[in-house]
Structures are given as C-alpha cells and as structure tokens.
Design a protein around this ligand. Structure first.
Ligand code: ZN
Length: 68
C-alpha cells in the first residue's frame, strides 16, 4: 500500500477515513494535518466533490430514511 501523501504540500501526516455515501457508494476522505487540505478518492481515483462533505455530515442524521 502506498504511503498517503498530501498532493498540496507533500506531507505524509495525512488521515484517511472511509465513508459510504447515502446512495451506498464508498468513498475515501483524506485530510492533511500539515496544510489542512482535504480531498476525496472514489474507486481509487481522486474526485472533486465539495458536496461529499455535506452529504457525509448529513448521513448519520438521515440514516433512518427509507430507500425503497
Ligand atoms: Zn498538506
């Protein structure tokens, strides 16, 4: 497994949190402690989804929402 490295400052002081979106899609959240950059990966590829954070924040509160 490759070491996590911040694409902005090169620091390896990066945390990784795996999340599942409301639609069931798994995404990985990364946050750099050195420069506070945050980014996302999905299916091993970087994605640019500012809304992901909002969805992830809301997800626990809406976990009881029926899907079908
Ligand atoms: Zn950084």
């Amino acid at each position: 497994m490759a070491a996590l490295e911040c694409p902005q400052c090169g620091s390896r002081n990066v945390i990784n949190i795996n999340l599942t979106m409301e639609d069931g899609e798994p995404v990985s959240f990364y946050s750099c402690h050195a420069c506070d950059k945050r980014w996302w990966n999905k299916d091993g590829e970087p994605i640019d989804l500012p809304n992901v954070l909002e969805l992830a924040k809301r997800a626990p509160k809406r976990s009881a929402k029926p899907k079908a």
